[in-house]
Design a protein around this ligand. Structure first.
Ligand code: NDP
Length: 661
């Protein structure tokens, strides 16, 4: 039996004192033990004073590349994690969700952050707000990294994924982490942290690990720290009401248990593909990880006319499932909890299939409650194992009411091949769910399933599910940042954010397309000569492209249109002429134009109008480890030198250094 170690203040530290003995879920053999909690003052200090500054000395893209490299290293050693994970009672496919799923989340964040975030720690949130008529005073929302520690308290069922899904967005944001995994499976998290530390890629203090009790960690949190919790609703409640959390106030995010529902639509018949898909999904959710998944289906809500058919289809699958076909509950204690929860459920429901158990093995167990609208236990008691309760409904409104009795879920799924039914359910249950998945024959082969949290989609939910939100792409990064409104002159705002805003200084010397990133600065501008649009141009463009819309071709028809004074130029003709006006044709540092953002045509252009362009370097994002970067240009197209007729951002790739040709 080995004692787990904390990784704190830069060293692996064997825990002193006494803690808990951790047994192998299959053999019952004592394999690890935890000790007492360390003094948390120095741990928090180390995160705030060493880890945070080290992370914030890197840019967001550098941190994202660190995640990528870490993910690759973890992949190389993942078999060690699988071997250890088997002691938790997980099958290989159960562990896949945790290990490959966790590493996949890290890699997803690594690539999304480089695609979607600027490469600087002060990140703009929306555009500048002009606050003075003459444009001399503007406001800009920005997000800045919090400078405390991100404390992460995790549940036992996903020792790797549970850590990595929180770590990835925190690190991208620039916050150091203190990870406290649940005791029962902390040894798997300990190995994953060892692997990350062994790579030498993680800056000192960016991660610390507490194996065992949280000690006085929560008591010592301050207003720049944050607390993210995943676990039971009862502990979430306790932490939310902790005096330090209230007094800080410490931002608190909870992902708690939830009694997730799967609903069979009223349109489905036993012969329809959706019936089998539903049965397969419910059974899968009961058995994967032996039902120890926060997203598992606990409530199976079906039309009254189909309840016997659903019960018998599930009972057949349950009867064919033996101890070798699925994993174990994590510990004898957890098995006792599951049995106690089943006993509580049977106060109001009847056991109709499964129910056998031995030690940490528990057969998939189906209960049935015919009084779903008045019963309480099926909507309130979470048996965190392979257990679900079947309930009948009459009419969509009642099905919605039954689903909503759960008081807020991480996820619900609706199996229907009628899009109107899908819509009715969404309108009825969406507000009480973090995620709603529709299943039918159209997505049978491609659906990611009821129970899979995905890094790009929100994971979390209202009410009983904790009210928090993890994941959800870059949204999760922003949870770790503070949003502030900056006000000042355009030059001040540009200097702080590194992004040019209208009214800030513009510099006109060489054509900015001749400047590599090493020379280019935000505010570098070109004001072009003008070009008069003729009727011939419009007709030529129309015939050349095939866009012979009446507003360009038919004077009378154009005049009958409330927006046009007569025949007008195509919007894309304006954009094309603008490119012709601002381009520098020689082979230089600009490598490619990869699109435009926020294109708006603001006023019509008639034959005889003269177009000119002001093009200004707005944002410069060098790509880490590559020879080029992205430049966003503010492009304003003017009519007769003053009226704005089109406004957009031009997106280009530009070499960092002069090219040797
Ligand atoms: P618990 O709520 O028992 O524990 C969760 C974490 O909280 C553990 O790390 C635990 O540590 C810690 N903890 C407990 N009490 C305190 C305290 N007073 N102060 C600080 N930390 C504390 O959940 P389980 O680990 O048993 O996990 C199962 C539960 O988690 C289920 O209810 C499940 O639905 C839920 N869950 C929710 C998920 C979601 O995303 N919504 C995902 C996964 C699970 P220790 O282990 O050392 O006691």
């Amino acid at each position: 039996m080995r004692r787990l170690e904390h990784y704190i203040t830069g060293a692996w530290t064997p825990a002193a004192g006494t803690g808990a003995v951790l047994a192998d879920a299959v053999t019952g053999e004592a394999i690890f033990e935890t000790g007492a909690a360390p003094d948390m003052g120095p741990v928090l200090d180390h995160a705030r004073k060493v880890g945070g500054p080290a992370l914030r000395a890197m840019t967001p893209h550098q941190r994202a590349l660190m995640l990528k490299a870490l993910g690759q290293k973890l992949m190389e050693r993942k078999e060690e994690l699988y071997a250890l994970s088997a002691h938790t009672g997980a099958t290989r496919s159960d562990s896949w969700i945790d290990i490959d799923g966790g590493i996949g989340t890290l890699l997803t964040y690594a690539s999304r952050a480089r695609r979607e975030l600027p490469n600087q720690n002060t990140m703009r949130d929306g555009g500048a707000e002009v606050l003075a008529k003459d444009g001399s005073f503007v406001g800009q929302h920005v997000r800045v990294p919090r400078q405390g520690a991100a404390v992460m308290i995790n549940a036992y069922n996903f020792p790797v994924w549970g850590m990595l899904e929180k770590l990835a967005p925190a690190w991208i944001a620039g916050m150091p982490a203190i990870v406290k995994p649940a005791r029962q499976t902390a040894y798997v998290t300990e190995l994953a942290v060892r692997m990350m530390i062994d790579t030498g890629l993680v800056p000192e203090g960016a991660i610390q690990l507490i194996c065992g009790d949280a000690g006085d960690l929560i008591d010592q949190l301050g207003p720049e720290d944050m607390l993210s919790f995943t676990g039971s609703a009862a502990v979430a409640q306790k932490l939310r009401a902790h005096p330090a959390v209230l007094a800080g106030p410490v931002p608190f995010n909870a992902e708690a248990d939830s009694l997730n529902a799967a609903i069979l639509g009223p349109d489905v018949t036993p012969e329809a593909p959706e019936f089998d898909l539903f049965i397969t999904e419910v059974f899968r959710e009961m058995t994967v990880k032996a039902g120890q998944k926060c997203t598992a289906i606990r409530r199976v809500i079906v039309p009254t006319a189909l309840i016997d058919a659903v019960q018998s289809a599930l009972a057949d699958r349950i009867a064919a499932t033996g101890p070798g076909d699925m994993g174990r509950l994590v510990s004898q204690g957890q098995a006792d909890d599951v049995r106690a929860a089943i006993a509580a459920l049977t106060e109001e429901a009847t056991l109709v299939a499964g129910g056998a158990y031995a030690g940490t093995w528990h057969a998939p167990t189906l209960l049935r409650c015919d009084e779903a609208m008045t019963a309480r236990a099926p909507h309130e008691v979470e048996a965190f194992g392979p257990v679900a309760t079947l309930m009948p409904y009459d009419g969509i409104d009642q099905a919605i009411a039954i689903a909503n009795l759960g008081g807020g879920s991480l996820v619900s799924s609706v199996f229907t091949n009628d899009d109107h039914v899908a819509r009715d359910f969404a309108l009825g249950i969406a507000r009480l769910n973090g995620r709603v998945m529709f299943g039918n024959r159209g997505s049978a082969k491609t659906s990611t399933g009821h129970g899979s949290p995905l890094p790009m989609l929100i994971h979390g939910g209202p009410g009983r599910a904790g009210g928090g939100e993890e994941l959800g792409g870059i949204r999760a990064v922003f949870h770790h940042m503070h949003r502030v409104a900056l006000q000042g002159t355009p030059d001040q705002i540009a200097a702080v954010t590194g992004v040019w805003v209208p009214g800030a200084a513009q510099r006109e010397d060489r054509h900015p397309f001749l400047k590599p990133l090493s020379d280019l600065e935000i505010g570098d501008t070109i004001r072009t000569a003008s070009r008069t649009v003729t009727l011939d141009d419009i007709e030529h463009f129309a015939n050349f492209t095939g866009d012979t819309f009446y507003a360009h071709m038919d004077e009378d028809a154009a005049r009958r249109n409330p927006f046009f004074p007569g025949r007008v130029a195509h919007g894309y003709l304006i954009v094309s002429f603008a490119a012709g006006l601002f381009v520098e044709p020689s082979e230089g540092p600009v490598l490619a134009n990869y699109g435009v953002d926020n294109l708006r045509f603001m006023a019509p252009v008639s034959p005889g109008d003269a177009l000119s362009v002001i093009l200004t370097a707005k944002e410069i994002t060098p790509r880490e480890g590559e020879g080029h970067g992205e430049v966003r240009w503010d492009c304003t197209v003017l009519r007769d030198g003053d009226a704005v007729v089109a406004q957009y951002d031009v997106l280009t790739l530009v070499a960092k250094e002069p090219r040797t040709l």
